[in-house]
Design a protein around this ligand. Structure first.
Ligand code: PLP
Length: 389
């Protein structure tokens, strides 16, 4: 056997792998677990996108290596999509990089831009994969608390000048995983001012960009004036088009960051399977009715969960976007203890907030990722718990 490198050993442990293990154990005992703990969309990819993949897979052009940095038609489709959806113009050749899913881009960015010891500003609670890239770059993490009283936005004025000056990179994510919070252009404007003042590169993770509730379409970071000067946005097909298994996304924005990403990826990959690129371009360019239907599906699910839990006496806040609800746990429990109560007694799996960072303590994350009927059943099972009687 060979030992692991110090670098590999320095990576954060995968908290959610142990959660999956717990859920699987309860299932193996024969229980029907309603799994709201994971972030995997439950619906299939829309048929027209699958059909495009099937056709494109038969084309020998796609059996060869696709060009380094991907086919230009996909980057052109991404540019057209941003212009149509957000009124944002981008040069497909210089301001867009194709990614093997958002996660790959997010993890690749710190090693692309940082030297060991550099500081990264990371939201807490936040998507844990930000930590992985920071560790790979042997960089340092400075957490930005996302507090409920600030609408789960970081308060830049609470970051000391010394820390701000050390920071080279900042991750942000709205609609937010895990809190379900959304951002507006005024917040992004403040972000850009802060980034300019301290020379920080902003990476806005727009994984849930399509999913905003109550008729409010989430805003893109690039809609804020001057955004491209200070950063990029990461877009993924995983959630918007239920393509999580396909591993495709793109980065858009600052030319020097896009070039760094592309250069790094030249060393890792050639490019995505051409048929995936063709189907991804079709997803962006063809009818978006599937996206409208998806948003209303999640909104209906959200309403069932929020209204249901309020009825049983768990007074929770409604998420504004993403497909997660972020629920304050009843007093007297840690997030892990309460997740265990839900799993072992109600047979409903949720994600304990502590898995997303220190400031996630006191909350659990509930995914709107089972059918209406199953969500109603989950509410009923939770309502039967002694603490809600
Ligand atoms: N960013 C956030 C906040 C996420 O929740 C996810 C997936 O769960 C991703 C990025 C990564 O998405 P993908 O790698 O499937 O594009």
């Amino acid at each position: 056997t060979f030992s692991k490198s110090d670098l590999l050993k320095s990576l954060p442990s995968q908290f959610f792998a142990s959660l999956v293990g717990k859920v699987e154990k309860v299932k193996a005992e024969g229980y029907d677990v309603i799994n709201l703990g994971q972030g995997n969309p439950d619906q299939p990819t829309p048929g027209h996108i699958v059909k495009k993949l099937q056709e494109a897979a038969a084309n020998p052009v796609n059996h060869k290596y696709s060009p380094f940095r991907g086919f230009s038609y996909l980057k052109e489709a991404a540019a057209a999509f941003y212009e149509r959806e957000y009124g944002v113009k981008a040069d497909p050749a210089k301001e867009i990089a194709i990614l093997f899913g958002g996660k790959a881009g997010l993890v690749e960015l710190p090693p692309c831009l940082l030297n060991p010891g550099d500081t990264v500003l990371v939201p807490d609670p936040g998507y844990p994969d930000y930590w992985s890239g920071v560790a790979l770059a042997q960089a340092k993490m400075h957490t930005m608390p996302l507090l409920e009283e600030n609408g789960f936005k970081p308060d830049f004025s609470s970051i000391s000048t010394e820390e701000a000056e050390k920071a080279k990179l900042m991750f942000l994510n709205y609609p937010n995983n895990p809190t379900g919070a959304t951002a507006d252009l005024a917040f992004f404007k403040k972000t850009i001012e802060f980034a300019n003042e301290h020379d920080i590169c902003v990476v806005h993770d727009f994984a849930y960009g399509a999913i905003g509730f109550d008729g409010k379409k989430p805003v893109s970071f690039l809609q804020a004036e001057g955004a491209k000067k200070v950063g990029i946005e990461i877009y993924t097909f995983s959630k918007t088009y239920n393509m999580a298994g396909w591993r495709v996304g793109f980065a858009i924005g600052n030319e020097s960051v896009i070039e760094a990403l592309n250069l790094f990826q030249d060393h890792l990959y050639v490019s995505l399977f051409g048929a995936v690129q063709e189907a991804a371009a079709a997803a962006l360019l063809e009818s978006q009715e599937c996206v409208d239907a998806l948003v209303s599906m999640y909104e209906t699910r959200r309403n069932i969960l929020v209204e249901g839990l309020r009825k049983i006496g768990w007074n929770i806040a409604a998420p504004k976007g993403s497909f997660f609800a972020w629920l304050k746990v009843p007093e007297g429990y840690t997030s892990e203890q309460f997740s265990d109560v839900l799993l072992y007694q109600a047979k409903v799996a949720v994600a304990p907030g502590i898995g997303f960072g220190t400031y996630g303590e006191g909350y659990v994350r509930v995914g709107l990722l089972e059918t209406e009927e199953r969500l109603r059943e989950a509410v009923e099972r939770i309502g039967d718990l002694k603490i809600f009687k």
